[in-house]
Design a protein around this ligand. Structure first.
Ligand SMILES: [Zn+2]
Length: 96
Protein backbone atom coordinates (compact mmCIF):
# COMPACT_ATOMS: atom_id res chain seq x y z
CA UNK A 1 0.00 0.00 0.00
CA UNK A 2 1.14 3.49 -0.86
CA UNK A 3 0.44 6.53 1.29
CA UNK A 4 -0.14 10.03 -0.06
CA UNK A 5 0.12 13.30 1.82
CA UNK A 6 -3.02 15.43 1.59
CA UNK A 7 -2.67 19.02 0.33
CA UNK A 8 -4.11 20.18 3.66
CA UNK A 9 -5.00 18.59 6.98
CA UNK A 10 -8.53 17.23 7.33
CA UNK A 11 -10.21 16.99 10.71
CA UNK A 12 -12.75 14.22 11.26
CA UNK A 13 -16.15 15.76 11.99
CA UNK A 14 -16.96 12.83 14.27
CA UNK A 15 -13.91 12.49 16.53
CA UNK A 16 -11.59 15.39 15.70
CA UNK A 17 -8.77 13.14 14.46
CA UNK A 18 -6.47 15.15 12.16
CA UNK A 19 -5.61 13.35 8.92
CA UNK A 20 -2.70 14.59 6.84
CA UNK A 21 -2.21 11.53 4.65
CA UNK A 22 -4.14 8.66 3.11
CA UNK A 23 -3.34 5.04 2.40
CA UNK A 24 -5.19 3.44 -0.47
CA UNK A 25 -6.59 -0.05 -0.09
CA UNK A 26 -7.18 -0.22 -3.85
CA UNK A 27 -5.46 -3.00 -5.76
CA UNK A 28 -4.77 -0.41 -8.44
CA UNK A 29 -1.07 0.36 -7.90
CA UNK A 30 -1.33 3.29 -10.30
CA UNK A 31 -3.62 5.08 -7.84
CA UNK A 32 -2.52 8.64 -7.29
CA UNK A 33 -3.55 10.87 -4.42
CA UNK A 34 -7.27 10.96 -3.55
CA UNK A 35 -9.65 12.54 -6.04
CA UNK A 36 -13.18 13.91 -5.83
CA UNK A 37 -15.66 11.19 -4.93
CA UNK A 38 -13.13 8.83 -3.35
CA UNK A 39 -14.18 7.43 0.00
CA UNK A 40 -12.09 7.53 3.16
CA UNK A 41 -12.27 5.88 6.57
CA UNK A 42 -11.11 7.86 9.61
CA UNK A 43 -8.17 6.17 11.33
CA UNK A 44 -9.40 7.55 14.65
CA UNK A 45 -13.00 6.35 14.71
CA UNK A 46 -13.83 4.47 11.50
CA UNK A 47 -16.27 7.07 10.19
CA UNK A 48 -16.70 6.96 6.41
CA UNK A 49 -16.20 10.23 4.53
CA UNK A 50 -15.97 11.38 0.94
CA UNK A 51 -13.43 13.68 -0.73
CA UNK A 52 -14.73 16.78 -2.45
CA UNK A 53 -12.95 18.55 -5.32
CA UNK A 54 -10.72 20.49 -2.90
CA UNK A 55 -9.53 17.26 -1.27
CA UNK A 56 -11.51 18.03 1.88
CA UNK A 57 -13.60 15.36 3.55
CA UNK A 58 -17.30 15.43 4.34
CA UNK A 59 -19.42 12.68 5.94
CA UNK A 60 -20.79 10.19 3.42
CA UNK A 61 -24.59 10.02 3.19
CA UNK A 62 -26.61 6.84 3.73
CA UNK A 63 -27.88 7.22 0.13
CA UNK A 64 -24.29 7.19 -1.18
CA UNK A 65 -23.57 3.98 0.73
CA UNK A 66 -26.72 2.37 -0.71
CA UNK A 67 -25.60 3.42 -4.18
CA UNK A 68 -22.10 2.00 -3.61
CA UNK A 69 -23.60 -1.30 -2.45
CA UNK A 70 -25.69 -1.43 -5.63
CA UNK A 71 -22.89 -0.51 -8.05
CA UNK A 72 -19.72 -1.97 -6.47
CA UNK A 73 -20.52 -4.59 -3.87
CA UNK A 74 -16.86 -5.61 -3.37
CA UNK A 75 -15.84 -2.02 -2.61
CA UNK A 76 -18.82 -1.63 -0.26
CA UNK A 77 -17.92 -4.69 1.82
CA UNK A 78 -14.22 -3.75 1.89
CA UNK A 79 -15.20 -0.29 3.14
CA UNK A 80 -17.45 -1.75 5.84
CA UNK A 81 -14.72 -4.18 6.92
CA UNK A 82 -12.08 -1.42 7.23
CA UNK A 83 -14.52 0.84 9.09
CA UNK A 84 -15.47 -1.94 11.52
CA UNK A 85 -11.80 -2.78 12.21
CA UNK A 86 -10.98 0.85 12.96
CA UNK A 87 -14.09 1.29 15.13
CA UNK A 88 -13.14 -1.74 17.22
CA UNK A 89 -9.76 -0.12 17.92
CA UNK A 90 -11.31 3.25 18.74
CA UNK A 91 -8.76 4.96 20.95
CA UNK A 92 -11.26 7.67 21.85
CA UNK A 93 -13.55 5.26 23.64
CA UNK A 94 -12.83 4.87 27.31
CA UNK A 95 -13.71 1.36 28.28
CA UNK A 96 -14.78 0.68 31.88
ZN1 LIG B 1 -12.93 10.11 13.25
Amino acid sequence: MISHNLPQDNTCTNCGYVMNATTSVSENREQESPKEGDLSVCAGCGMISKFNQDCNLRPVTPEELVELHATDEDAYFLLMKVSKCLKSNDLNTVKP
